[in-house]
Design a protein around this ligand. Structure first.
Ligand SMILES: CC(C)(COP(=O)(O)OP(=O)(O)OC[C@H]1O[C@@H](n2cnc3c(N)ncnc32)[C@H](O)[C@@H]1OP(=O)(O)O)[C@@H](O)C(=O)NCCC(=O)NCCS
Length: 206
């Protein structure tokens, strides 16, 4: 384990990631990379270069991708993974994680979230503020669960899907890869086709 952390992305999502890393009190030094050369500091932490500079830092720093967009986060996560970077899991001290929960590298679990027992969460996921994920869920890689989402028991969500703020998924539901759900969506049947869905219950809007 290295005692320095480098977060790629210094804007909104990256700032929350940095705040969690600071509260974890595990790294002696935390810095950012950001492609906007106009940002010199964020959250009081220094921006020491752009994402292209990551290769020069992987021996010294653990690397975490602090970008909210699923596609961009996946692309950069895979790049740093390929070159052998050490990628941590970030869990806010005020999140509750049950027994036999597995969480993949590069995933952040934000404040107030509750993940119940026997759930698997993939790599590069965002488990955003105040979500509840109940028992025996299986969350694929690079999924984003927005603030205040509730997933009942035995829910399966495919890679790269995104649930908008305040969405609810009933128990035993399977959602395929590449889906987007609008704010406040309620999902009560399996979703087998990628697309954009919204409403109560959901309908396909795109
Ligand atoms: C679903 C979403 C992504 C669609 O955005 P968009 O592609 O720009 O879609 P539009 O705004 O053009 O809406 C298309 C239609 O869907 C409807 N719609 C959009 N979002 C909806 C929602 N959350 N619930 C119900 N209907 C919705 C619109 O009213 C519109 O209907 P109409 O064609 O009858 O007028 C967006 O509306 C949304 O809900 N985003 C959630 C944001 C969020 O959770 N952020 C948290 C980040 S941490």
């Amino acid at each position: 384990m290295k005692n320095k952390l480098l977060i790629i992305g210094a804007s909104g999502h990256g700032k929350v990631v940095a705040d969690i890393a600071l509260k974890m009190n595990r790294w002696q030094s935390i810095a950012f990379l950001d492609d906007n050369k106009g940002i010199e500091t964020s959250m009081g932490l220094e921006v020491i270069g752009t994402s292209d500079d990551v290769f020069t830092h992987i021996d010294e720093y653990e690397i975490f991708v602090g970008i909210g967009n699923n596609t961009t986060r996946q692309r950069i996560h895979e790049m740093v993974e390929t070159v052998g970077a050490s990628i941590p899991v970030l869990v806010h001290p005020d999140a509750v994680v049950g027994g036999q929960v597995n969480i993949g590298n590069g995933t952040v679990v934000m404040a107030g979230s509750i993940i119940n027992c026997c759930t698997d969460i993939g790599k590069g996921c965002v488990i955003n503020t105040g979500t509840t994920i109940d028992h025996d869920n299986c969350i694929g890689d690079y999924v984003h669960i927005s603030p205040g989402v509730h997933l009942a028991g035995t829910v399966k969500i495919g890679e790269g899907s995104w649930l908008g703020i305040g969405s609810v998924v009933s128990n035993n539901i399977n959602i395929t890869s590449g889906c987007q759900f609008g704010a406040g969506s309620v999902v009560v049947k399996d979703v087998n086709y990628p697309g954009t869905y919204a409403g109560v219950p959901i309908r396909k809007i795109k």
